[in-house]
Design a protein. Structure first.
Length: 57
């Protein structure tokens, strides 16, 4: 079961490329266990669960 839900805001962890960027979960790939994260209307990248943190308000 995915840890993050569609529409949830996440932050890229500091040890990753694009550290501290904020994005929104768009989709979860069950085969590769990765999340598609959107940063803006043009940029979307896949990340593993371990690369992401929930955005704290």
């Amino acid at each position: 079961m995915p840890r993050f839900q569609k529409g949830e805001t996440v932050k890229i962890k500091k040890d990753q490329p694009m550290a501290d960027y904020l994005g929104i979960i768009i989709n979860y790939n069950k085969e590769t266990h990765t999340y598609l994260v959107s940063f803006n209307h043009e940029q979307q990248l896949f990340f593993s669960e371990t690369a992401l943190d929930r955005k704290q308000a």
